[in-house]
Ligand binder design. Structure first.
Ligand code: ZN
Length: 134
């Protein structure tokens, strides 16, 4: 893993949270994007070298809806940038880590992604992220 790619925050209402975080960061979100396969609407902020992703559920079965039901709004996941996601998935599986996604899939912001299962990572939801070749 090379660096933290972004931090994901689960929110109930992305329009309200966009306004809140725009005030907080003193800048606009640079991108909003729906990922239907994941049941989320996302919004991205670039804060210096760091990226923050807001996530709102698009349906009641969305993992974000379930997260908010259980834990309320707040930090949802930490995403790490990897050079080769397939290699990293294999490496971590060999180390005994469990994955939610067994293979890389399309995520927001032009990324291939895979989530590890938080039960194998001390309760922290970790996302692997590889920039898609253009
Ligand atoms: Zn993410």
């Amino acid at each position: 893993m090379r660096k933290i790619e972004h931090i994901g925050i689960a929110v109930k209402n992305i329009e309200n949270s966009n306004r809140l975080f725009e005030k907080l960061f003193g800048q606009q979100s640079y991108k909003t994007e729906k990922v239907e396969s994941e049941g989320v609407s996302t919004s991205f902020f670039q804060v210096g070298p760091n990226k923050i992703e807001l996530l709102e559920a698009t349906n009641p079965n969305s993992p974000i809806a379930k997260f908010i039901e259980k834990k309320g709004e707040g930090i949802h996941h930490i995403a790490f940038d990897v050079e080769n996601i397939e290699e990293e998935i294999n490496r971590l599986k060999n180390e005994g880590f469990e994955f939610i996604h067994q293979e890389a899939k399309d995520g927001a912001d032009n990324k291939l992604i895979a989530f590890l299962h938080p039960k194998s990572t001390n309760g922290v939801l970790i996302e692997l992220c590889q920039e898609k070749p253009k």
